[in-house]
Design a protein around this ligand. Structure first.
Ligand code: FES
Length: 76
């Protein structure tokens, strides 16, 4: 899936960057240019990045910048 149309960056590209050691979103932007043109993709790019960080185990707490959104479930 293409995440950033301006820079043509996919979710796979973001996961690959995380696997290569990119450990914060600003560095990801420096390396790929994602979310650095129009900015429309910022939230989506951030979600993909955060998920990749969690999956990689790179987020061990402390200095990690990953913010986990609370999940709220409703029953009717
Ligand atoms: S769509 Fe990513 S910067 Fe424009």
């Amino acid at each position: 899936m293409i995440v950033c149309l301006c820079r043509r960056i996919s979710d796979r590209d973001i996961r690959s960057q995380v696997a290569s050691g990119v450990s914060n979103f600003e560095l990801l932007q420096d390396e790929t240019g994602v979310a650095s043109a129009c900015g429309c993709c910022h939230d989506c790019a951030r979600e993909v990045f955060d998920a990749a960080m969690l999956k990689s185990g790179a987020c061990q707490g402390g200095g990690c910048q990953v913010a986990v959104s609370p999940v709220v479930m409703y029953r009717s």
